[in-house]
Ligand binder design. Structure first.
Ligand code: UD1
Length: 356
């Protein structure tokens, strides 16, 4: 069996790692196509190096652009790639522009498409990720859902017949990396002179938080006013937007820092007093590491983290301060994100469906 995985943005490289490993273990031919949506080495190359993926087989080099330009360039380039490889499956990941472009190209070429992380919904139609997810789910032939909540959303949309619950592949990679970094000193702590439990880790990159200067100013003020140092692992988008609106990312408690490689991020989160983020992945990583999370959004797809008390939504400087300093949540042994073996299940579902 031959699978072509299409990835392009940072969280997709993390999800790709356990899939690549499981594909190789099962003797499946696995071709990796990188669209080039993310191209900074710290958003791209370090993940391929650190997570043992190796270099992509095909690199489209699409780069940044408006949604239409970026998605359209990928679509145009992918037809030839799929035509050359004619895989049994095109596997697409998550909810980025790379996801929807690959799903659309493959479905039009009558190549079966599987969507990993299917069924997540924010029900916020202002989010580009929400358009990408809904369109990808309705185009795909096989919907690989990470949680029961995602399975239920797909059933509501009439897609139950194509849905399988596999668990969350981010759990697979996180558990491995957590065990690797445990006990090792965090390079970030040494570099910034921080102590275990004496700082927060923050990431802010979503359009709804960065693109409106008033909104970004409020979020930054909330972080800068916190009671401990806040290491902001700054995505290029937030750096660019802050610079163009003259918003300081180095004031009060805030320490702006370049994004970290995955093992360093996990080590930094693990030793922190809490995480403040608008990233989807980090909300779950914090939960799985037992670190309290504050999410700077009006809703989340990962509702289990909120229901279990480990994540709180906060949308103003005051709400962020209140959420971050809340009492530590009650420990839970609930495992809504699977057992760390989701990738093996994905490959076995693809094998079974290809043989059927
Ligand atoms: C994308 C995804 C988002 C995901 C995020 C993970 C879409 C619509 N959004 O958002 O769902 O959570 O990746 O990080 O697909 N830039 C660089 N270097 C890079 C990449 C981007 O400088 O390597 C800058 C450019 O100014 C670019 C901007 O960041 O215009 C936005 O990049 P883009 O890939 O369009 O979206 P992200 O915000 O990264």
């Amino acid at each position: 069996m031959k699978i072509v995985s299409v990835v392009g943005a940072r969280p997709q490289f993390v999800k790709l790692a356990p899939i690549h490993k499981a594909a190789l273990a099962a003797g499946v031919e696995h071709i990796i196509v990188h669209t080039g949506q993310h191209y900074d080495p710290m958003l791209s190359d370090v993940f391929f190096d650190d997570l043992g993926i190796g270099a992509p087989d095909v690199h489209l080099g699409v780069g940044s652009g408006s949604h239409g330009v970026q998605t359209g360039s990928m679509l145009a380039a992918l037809d030839a790639v799929f035509d050359e490889h004619r895989p049994d499956w095109v596997l697409v990941y998550g909810d980025t522009n790379s996801t929807v472009a690959a799903a659309l190209s493959a479905v039009k070429m009558h190549i079966p498409v599987a969507h990993l992380e299917a069924g997540l919904r924010s029900f916020n139609r202002r989010m580009p990720e929400e358009h990408n997810r809904v369109m990808t789910d309705h185009a795909a032939d096989l919907l690989l859902a990470p949680t029961q909540v995602a399975v239920d959303h797909l059933a509501t949309e009439g897609l139950a017949g194509r849905t399988v619950l596999v668990g969350d592949v981010m759990t697979d990679v996180l558990f491995e990396v957590r065990d690797d970094v445990a006990g090792r000193p965090s390079a970030l702590l040494e570099e910034l002179g921080l102590t275990r439990g004496g700082y927060y880790v923050a990431t802010i990159h979503r359009a709804e938080n960065t693109d409106d200067p008033d909104r970004l100013r409020d979020v930054v003020a909330g972080l800068a006013g916190l009671d401990k140092p806040v290491v902001l692992l700054a995505h290029p988008r937030v750096v660019a937007k802050a610079a163009s609106h003259d918003i300081q990312l180095m004031e009060g408690s805030l320490i702006a820092h370049a994004p970290l490689a995955y093992p360093e991020l996990i080590a930094a989160a693990l030793s922190s007093a809490g995480v403040v983020t608008d990233s989807g992945g980090l909300q779950k990583e914090a939960f799985l590491l037992g670190v309290p999370c504050t999410t700077v959004r009006t809703e989340t797809e990962w509702v289990e983290t909120v229901q279990l008390g480990w994540n709180v939504l906060a949308n103003s400087a005051e709400e962020i301060a209140a959420a971050v300093t809340r009492p530590r949540p009650i420990a839970t042994d609930a495992a809504p994100y699977g057992d760390g073996h989701a990738a093996e299940r994905v490959i076995s579902e693809l094998l079974d469906a290809a043989e059927a």
